[in-house]
Design a protein around this ligand. Structure first.
Ligand code: ATP
Length: 131
């Protein structure tokens, strides 16, 4: 099938086409990153299942819209932090799998970042439920 190059016909629509093409690529790369992390990282899968349970709870409990929004957003933040953690682990391992205090410190800091976001989400749950 022949490809139609719209930019040749109307130069004004070129930025829009480039934007859409870049967006499609970014979605593809993000999907690749997500599926690889999902396959290989037990921690990510655990956070996703915990998040799904928290979403069900947040909609089942008599909470306000703002409370639900906060809990759902904080839960997603934990998942995002876990993805950053995975990215840092991969980068460190790509540079060298050799044991080194700096490699350990980088991985520990990434792990601590996940813990901080998880504590934030947990605190939000405690404050909303207990007051
Ligand atoms: N190259 C290294 N040099 C020194 N210490 C390391 C190194 N690799 C891992 N460690 C130590 O082992 C810990 C676990 O690292 P690992 O890469 O096995 O993470 P993981 O078990 O996959 O973690 P997560 O469950 O968060 O995915 C690190 O936080 C760090 O303390």
């Amino acid at each position: 099938m022949q490809r139609v190059d719209h930019t040749r016909k109307d130069p004004q629509c070129a930025p829009m086409i480039i934007f859409i093409q870049r967006l499609k690529l970014r979605i593809l790369w993000s999907w690749q990153g997500w599926s690889a992390a999902w396959r290989e990282e037990y921690s990510l899968r655990s956070w996703v299942w915990s998040y799904l349970i928290s979403v069900l709870l947040a909609f089942w409990l008599p909470l306000s819209v703002a409370e639900r929004a906060l809990l759902l957003a904080l839960g997603l933040l934990v998942i995002a932090a876990e993805l950053f953690n995975t990215a840092i682990e991969r980068t460190v391992d790509r540079i060298s799998k050799e044991m080194h205090p700096l490699s350990g410190a980088a991985k520990d800091a990434a792990s601590a970042a996940v813990a901080v976001t998880a504590i934030a989400a947990g605190l939000a749950w405690v404050v909303i439920l207990i007051g």
